[in-house]
Design a protein around this ligand. Structure first.
Ligand code: B3K
Ligand code: ZN
Length: 876
């Protein structure tokens, strides 16, 4: 396969002004007629028109009214080239596709008898021949024709301008999108669906129509998505002064979808997982996911659609920025400082769980990659979540107002354009009169920087010095890295636990509790004056940069921070450090057969936090979750998954035994009687209560089992029902009956059946044989991505001690299913292939098994580029 490089970018030879598309929709044989007006791009030397096309049958090709015969154009691989074309061209192209055979879920496909499209990144070329690249922006008119009884609803981007009957049972609808857009934002839906709709008045007084489209039986699950949409619209008006630019905005739910959702102009298409919710079927986490994803796709309307990417190397320009926006939206929706901190802690956990490993593994890439084989492999946590961290750092460096100025300038300069990450950085810099030249390295250098801190207190001079040193480990193609521009937020705690008022050399920031130090060199020392006592430093507050912070904290300092830090993120972080130190020692003890013990100090600190009623339940829950097995593994030179699992289980068991009365008290104190509400406070209470339950069910006695069984039977919502079932499964008690009744109650709710598979897949008692058995269940299918992920991915990524079984049998299972999935859906298969990314870090025996499994996949004939790129980078 061919590697594509950012440095090879050339502007398009032809620009497109208008696109008229006609669809005669038929599952087996859809005819697509396209009429495209092109003109030569003065910025290009080439007079060749290059169109992309895949899995298409070309029926007819006309240029300025004349039919082109083979020989007058070149068809090779996935491009169609017309050489030496006139300056102004009208192309008329007729193609055939078979949507029902399209299992890739990219392009036009059928899901549960309905038609949907997914065009990002390169799916439009599976619909018609077109210059399918984001810097070609055009105005679209779309005519849809289909059987009226089967497909009563016909939707596309923009405004509905005409509809009617065609005779012979068919009907049509014509849509026009007033805004020019890249092809990846094209969408259509032809389906039997119903909608919840609402007229909504924008701040400007303009009225818009909002719709959420779902299958008939799901109309009782659309309220939260609709509410989230309205909240998103209001938030973008208030926080960024950005208004909805269309008269109609639609969300459509589909059960077969490769990722979360898609921001097609005016016609967002969503995985059902991020639309459908009511208290019976959805958990608090599902509700939060819906709010975040509805917000995310809506916010793309400006950051992504109005201003889009010049090329796919710039993907984080829209994704990092839009994730940052949805994170801020979710935080503002909670509204309290502590709620905001809880969302921030969740973001840090995601980074450590998934992005740091990616940045240290074979698929490491900069936020703006320099090359790729398959763009679909680059919708990664680095592009999204690290990209969001990079955007957040602008706000940390420039302040909220400065950030807003930068956003305003960005839109002033680039509305209607396809631009680069550098353009965003320039807008931020210019709007604030700042030099952000060095900041560019966050885009160009891969890897997670390590910041090492050392401190020195001078009691006589009353100064406290913090010396920060940075380095970044080498990654593929990048041996030596230059220093980053890193904002390091710092506070100093006195012995009483309170923040000291800080005075630094920076004149404008006297007396604050937190200052942002800007580390730009390899090593810098920052001095604080008038420090009356040796303070405890709280470094990297609010996780002000996506780095690893090393500082030799003593246990006493960490305990002090864990009890007092006014910065909730660092308060949580102190607890994680306390736990991690012990978990690493316990893991070594397990591996070397030494006795295991947990100190009373740590237990006491956990107890104090658990019962501290001044803290939000949501925060307490997060503070009590131990670092995951994956995060522990990342700290080790040689990973022994079973030892990590046993060590962590030992710590959980010991805490559970020591804190039993407190856990029970919290279990009862955090009930949420009455009607279910997904608000943050209630969700936090449920989270703490259910964490308590999960601890109580470690080595349970009859009383605890009874508690869980009662919660399972009487739960008034899915959060509590699922939590009880998970706790029971993990307890090792006999749960056959519970699993059976849960399945019976929800067998017609696909998203709940996914949960049913997922909770079994991730249970430490589930080995690969049990997973294979579950695959024989009639409800299992590889063809539905949500279902495949629920069982297979939750096993390979969520059940490390079983996935890494000593005999390598689970790796064989992995190889087999990467290959099987690849034949159906390369994008999903390539995600599964990533489960083996960190294989070189395991024990030699496990490595040997993993290498064999990787080689087995790599050797398979007819592998997609998607999977081939992942496995060859892993083996390289
Ligand atoms: N932009 C889409 C992702 C498309 C992924 C294509 N493989 C969803 C989102 O980030 O909003
Ligand atoms: Zn996005």
């Amino acid at each position: 396969p061919q590697t594509i490089f950012r440095k090879d970018y050339l502007p398009p030879s032809y620009l497109v002004d208008t696109v008229e598309l006609g669809f005669d929709l038929d599952p087996a044989r859809t005819i697509v007629a396209s009429r495209v007006t092109l003109r030569h791009n003065p910025a290009s030397k080439s007079r060749d028109i290059v169109l992309h096309g895949e899995a298409l049958e070309l029926v007819q090709l006309r240029l300025n009214g004349k039919t082109l015969r083979p020989g007058q154009y070149e068809l090779s691989g996935s491009t169609l080239t017309i050489r030496k074309a006139p300056l102004a061209v009208v192309l008329e192209i007729e193609t055939l596709t078979a949507p029902v055979k399209n299992t890739t879920l990219s392009g036009l496909y059928v899901s549960n008898g309905n038609f949907f499209t997914q065009c990002e990144a390169e799916g439009f070329r599976r619909i018609t021949y077109f210059p399918d690249r984001p810097d070609v922006m055009a105005k679209y008119t779309v005519m849809l024709r289909a059987d009226k009884a089967l497909y009563p609803v016909l939707l596309s981007n923009g405004n509905l301008i005409e509809q009617g009957e065609l005779g012979d049972g068919r009907h049509y609808a014509k849509w026009e999108d007033p805004f020019k857009k890249p092809s990846y934002l094209f969408a259509l839906v032809a389906a039997r669906l119903v909608c919840q709709e609402e007229r909504y008045t924008l701040q400007s007084g303009r009225e818009v129509l909002l719709q959420v489209w779902v299958e008939e039986g799901n109309l009782d699950k659309t309220d939260y998505a609709m509410q989230s949409l309205k909240n998103s619209i209001r938030w973008d008006e208030q926080r960024f002064g950005l208004e909805l630019d269309l008269d109609r905005f639609m969300i459509v739910a589909v059960g077969d979808f490769n990722m979360g959702a898609m921001e097609n102009k005016g016609l967002n298409i969503f995985n059902t997982k991020f639309v459908l919710a009511n208290s019976r079927v959805a958990t608090d986490i599902d509700y939060a996911g819906i709010e975040a994803v509805v917000g995310h796709e809506y916010f793309h309307n400006w950051t992504g659609n109005r201003v889009t990417c010049r090329d796919w190397f710039q993907l984080s320009l829209k994704e990092g920025l839009t994730v940052f926006r949805d994170q801020e939206f979710s935080a503002d929706m909670i509204g309290t400082d502590s709620g905001r901190a809880v969302t921030r802690i969740d973001q840090v956990r995601t980074l450590r769980q998934a992005q740091f490993p990616e940045d240290a593994g074979p698929m490491a890439h900069p936020v703006r990659p320099d090359s790729f084989v398959e763009i679909n492999n680059f919708y990664t946590v680095t592009i999204y979540e690290k990209g969001a961290e990079v955007v957040r750092m602008y706000q940390t460096l420039l302040g909220r107002d400065g950030f807003r100025k930068g956003m305003d300038l960005y839109f002033e300069r680039h509305d209607g354009q396809a631009v680069e990450c550098d353009d965003f950085r320039a807008a931020m810099a210019d709007a604030n009169g700042r030099d952000l030249g060095q900041f560019e390295r966050w885009y160009s250098q891969a890897g997670t920087p390590v910041v090492r801190a050392e401190t020195n207190y001078d009691a006589i001079a009353r100064t406290f010095d913090i010396t920060l040193r940075q380095h970044c480990p080498a990654s593929a193609g990048q041996e030596h890295k230059l220093p980053f521009h890193i904002p390091v937020a710092v506070g100093l705690l006195g012995a009483d636990g309170r923040d000291l008022a800080l005075s630094t050399d920076a004149k404008d920031r006297q007396g604050q509790a937190t200052v942002v130090l800007e580390l730009t060199g390899e090593e810098q020392t920052f001095r604080f004056h008038d420090i009356a006592e040796r303070p405890t430093p709280s470094i990297l507050r609010d996780f002000s940069a996506p780095v690893v912070l090393e500082y030799d904290y003593t246990d006493a300092e960490l305990l002090h921070l864990f009890s007092h830090d006014s910065d909730p993120v660092n308060r949580w972080e102190a607890g994680q450090r306390l736990a991690m130190e012990r978990l690493l020692k316990l893991t070594t003890a397990v591996a070397t057969g030494k006795p295991l013990a947990l100190d009373a100090t740590f237990i006491a600190a956990q107890r104090a936090l658990l019962v501290d009623e001044t803290l939000d339940p949501a925060f307490r829950e997060l503070a009590l979750i131990l670092p995951s097995e994956t995060i522990i593994a990342e700290q080790m030179e040689v990973v022994e998954p079973q030892a990590i699992h046993s060590a962590r289980q030992f710590m959980r068991r010991t805490l559970a035994a020591a804190l039993k009365p407190e856990l029970l008290a919290q279990y009862h104190a955090n009930q949420t009687p009455g009607a279910y509400s997904p608000d943050a406070l209630s969700a936090g209470k449920r989270a703490l209560k259910n964490l308590a339950l999960s601890y109580l069910l470690i080595a349970p006695q009859e009383a605890e089992l009874a508690l869980a069984r009662q919660q399972f039977a009487e739960a008034g919502n899915m959060t509590d029902r699922a939590a009880a079932l998970v706790a029971l499964i993990h307890s090792g008690a006999e749960v056959g009956e519970h699993l059976h009744s849960f399945y019976q109650d929800f067998e017609h709710e696909a998203l709940v059946v996914d949960k049913w598979f997922a909770m079994q897949a991730a249970a430490p008692g589930t080995d690969v044989a049990a997973v294979r058995k579950l695959m024989e269940h009639p409800a299992f299918t590889l063809k539905n991505p949500n279902r495949a992920r629920s069982l297979i991915f939750n096993f390979t990524n969520g059940n490390p001690s079983q996935f890494h079984a000593a005999d390598g049998s689970a790796y064989e299972f992995w190889a087999e299913h990467v290959i099987k999935l690849d034949a159906l859906n390369p994008q999903v298969a390539a995600r599964l292939a990533r489960s083996m990314d960190r294989w070189r870090r395991y024990t030699p025996a496990l490595q040997a098994h993993m290498q064999r499994a990787l080689e087995r996949v790599a050797a398979h004939a007819r592998l997609s580029n998607d999977v081939l790129e992942v496995v060859s980078k892993a083996l390289a």
